[in-house]
Design a binder for this molecule. Structure first.
Ligand SMILES: [Zn+2]
Length: 364
């Protein structure tokens, strides 16, 4: 049966400098009993402003620092708190793991969910899924939800105060969105949510790339100085909303498979978004993209400090490249959303070529 096209996104998205001071105004319709699931840094970045937004309200506010990983044990602990305090809305404040924990907690307890990312590094806030880990830290599964979060709130000043490397990694993750979506649409592959790809989804993915090109460098300067400018706001929206909603409604392809293949090496430390950025260059080679387009993406990486060579990702041996290529092509990987049946051999060739063009660009 032909796939139905569908569009998924958070019901409400709020962004801007000082947004947290309006938390209660914007989210108050979701109830009066709140559980805040925070990373340590998320708590520091958000607690005072959110509390201020409640003024003299007598709403119940339960603040909880979670264990750092979106594990089954942590989710069970949060579920107990929801029941004990008769919570209406679970609020995540932190990075991807805090958000994934809170999303799962809200899903299992039938409560509302608000995601407040305190770094703009991942797609977790806007998407309708969580990555769940076992209590020993190993990967368990993707948990898919019937809807996306009720609301996402981003305070641009919080993002400006966070280390710039998170913003750069977020741009790397966002860089793949358009190119991966385009390949998935060419083959009429399903979206990340398993539905047909909409024109709306593709339009967001395209705008994501255009926004990165237009404002990436300026946003870095703003973040380095801990100030909010229109350029930083544009990149926050690209990293959090356009990339997250975009990816959810289009799909991943070779760039994310390159990352997954790389995780098979074990012990690597390059951030997800940096691997996806180089993976995007690899994908363009694999697809036979014209030189102009490859140069455009590579120039962007050079401009904002995303990797263009394997060495910059800490990969040094030919064996490692073969391992990545093999693992990136296992059945079920999103690389198969590309036209044709990509083989490890073809991917290996593209990785080597992309790396070599990177070395040339760096003048090595
Ligand atoms: Zn990603």
């Amino acid at each position: 049966m032909k796939l139905l096209r569908a569009m998924r996104e958070p019901l409400k998205y709020v962004q801007g400098k000082g947004a947290l001071l309006r938390f209660k105004d914007e989210m108050g319709y979701m109830g009066s009993r709140w559980l805040f699931v925070c990373s340590k840094s998320g708590y520091k970045a958000c607690h005072d402003q959110i509390e201020e937004s409640f003024a003299d309200s007598d709403d119940v506010r339960q603040w909880e620092i979670f264990g750092g990983v979106s594990s089954k044990g942590e989710i069970a602990r949060m579920r107990e708190l929801v029941e004990e305090h008769e919570i209406d809305t679970v609020v995540a404040a932190g990075g991807g793991s805090a958000i994934d924990t809170a999303k799962a907690t809200a899903h299992y307890t039938g409560t509302h969910i608000v995601a407040i990312p305190t770094v703009a590094a991942t797609d977790a806030p806007c998407t309708g899924l969580s990555v769940i880990y076992n209590d020993d830290g190993s990967f368990d599964k993707y948990l898919f939800y019937p809807t996306n979060p009720d609301a996402v709130m981003v305070d641009s000043q919080v993002i400006a105060n966070a280390p710039v490397r998170f913003l750069i990694a977020g741009m790397g993750d966002a860089l793949g969105t358009y190119f991966e979506g385009r390949s998935s649409l060419r083959t009429e592959s399903p979206s990340l949510e398993g539905t047909g790809i909409t024109r709306a989804g593709m339009a967001l993915a395209k705008l994501c790339y255009e926004t990165l090109r237009d404002y990436g460098s300026q946003a870095i300067v703003a973040c380095e100085n801990n100030v909010v400018t229109p350029a930083l706001d544009a990149i926050v929206e690209a990293n959090v909303y356009l990339s997250g909603v975009g990816a959810d409604n289009v799909n991943c392809a070779a760039a994310h498979s390159f990352y997954n293949g790389l995780t098979a090496l074990g012990g690597h430390s390059a951030p997800h978004g940096c691997c996806v950025a180089f993976g995007t260059l690899v994908q363009l080679v694999l697809e036979g993209a014209p030189q102009d387009e490859f140069d455009d993406v590579q120039d962007f990486c050079l401009e904002v400090g995303l990797p263009v060579t394997l060495e910059q990702l800490g990969i040094s041996s030919d064996d490692q490249v073969h391992t990545i290529a093999r693992n990136a092509c296992v059945p079920g990987e999103t690389i198969h959303n590309l036209a044709g049946d990509v083989t490890p051999d073809e991917l290996y060739a593209s990785i080597v070529a992309a790396d070599s063009m990177g070395k040339k660009a760096l003048g090595d």
